[in-house]
Ligand binder design. Structure first.
Ligand code: NDP
Length: 290
């Protein structure tokens, strides 16, 4: 183990916490760990980790304290009773923007600097530099700058703002977009399911098509920033709503429920009925803002 690599504490050794621990140990960091169920920490001892008998003692061991637990409530429970004064607390537990902001205020009251993080990776990608993993961070930029080398070990750090809620907001925005994509993939495979078509042969075509279509995000961003939703429209709403009818008829013909498609299509129709046939789908954003 290298002598000069800074030490840190990690609370939480679930699937993600364990992957983080392995990455820091492999990079030669002195690591103190704690997990609610102690058995999970044992496998790390042979790799050089130190097990703290309690969360409070783990927090006392190092200035940099990383928390990767199930949810915000478990973070509160775990850190209740720990002395956070002078600590640099990095919360890699997934939560909402409001939870992150409340946790930042909570940490400040206890004398800690705070950084919230959203891990954009699954455990096997952690510590694998070419895997494309990154961690969204928001909150104290000074904290990130000071511990950048350590925090860069598991995945590339991306700071998205001093507002502690922003990492969670970006994280959930990306996951929400992914959820829509999963719905589309699910419907596409359902359409083919009863035919003599190999899903494996279809998959590369589907992945390539989705990849090509993702550039629409830039067009939407440009329209939102300019305020002109008719700018550079290549497929207008009037035409797309016609296309929706074909998609719905095809679902019917193939014996597939259209329930994954109809919520978005209904909003497109509403925007068209409001007289925006020369736009594309950007105006739907205004319809769903409450
Ligand atoms: P796991 O379910 O594998 O582990 C959960 C961890 O939280 C365990 O260490 C568990 O301890 C601990 N825990 C749960 N409740 C409490 C509590 N009340 N008090 C103390 N400790 C508690 O989850 P992951 O490790 O996969 O996920 C951890 C975080 O990372 C989550 O917020 C998740 O959203 C996020 N994340 C996970 C990804 C993934 O693909 N796995 C991807 C991106 C983010 P115990 O062992 O005692 O049960």
């Amino acid at each position: 183990m290298e002598e000069n690599t800074p030490g840190l504490t990690l609370l939480g050794l679930g699937a993600m916490g364990t992957a983080l621990a392995h990455a820091w140990l492999a990079a030669g960091h002195r690591l103190t760990v704690w997990n609610r169920t102690p058995g999970r920490a044992k496998q790390l001892v042979g790799r050089g980790a130190r097990i703290a008998p309690s969360a409070a003692e783990a927090v006392a061991a190092n200035r940099l304290v990383v928390v990767c637990l199930l949810d915000d409530a478990s973070v509160g429970e775990t850190l209740d009773g720990a002395d956070l004064a002078g600590r640099d607390l990095v919360n890699l537990t997934t939560g909402t923007p409001a939870q992150a902001r409340a946790r930042a205020a909570w940490a400040a009251e206890r004398g800690a600097r705070f950084l919230d993080g959203g891990i954009m990776a699954v455990p096997p990608m952690i510590g694998v530099q070419e895997a494309g993993a990154f961690v969204l961070y928001s909150g104290s930029r000074d904290l990130l700058d000071e511990h950048r080398d350590t925090l860069a070990v598991p995945a590339h750090p991306v700071h998205v703002g001093e507002d502690a809620g922003f990492a969670a907001l970006y994280d959930v925005a990306l996951l929400s977009a992914m959820t829509g994509m999963f719905a589309g993939i699910t419907h596409a495979f359902a359409l083919l399911r009863r035919e003599e078509i190999s899903p494996r042969e279809f998959a590369p075509m589907l992945a390539g098509w989705l990849t090509a279509m993702t550039s629409s995000a830039y067009g939407t961003a440009d329209q939102l920033e300019s305020g002109d939703y008719t700018r550079n429209v290549t497929s207008n709403l009037a035409m797309m709503v016609e296309g929706n009818a074909t998609m719905l008829r095809t679902a019917e013909e193939q014996g597939v429920s259209a329930e994954l498609l109809t919520p978005f299509m209904t909003l497109m129709e509403r925007r068209l009925a409001d007289g925006h046939g020369d736009e594309d789908t950007t105006g739907v954003i205004d319809l769903i803002l409450r």
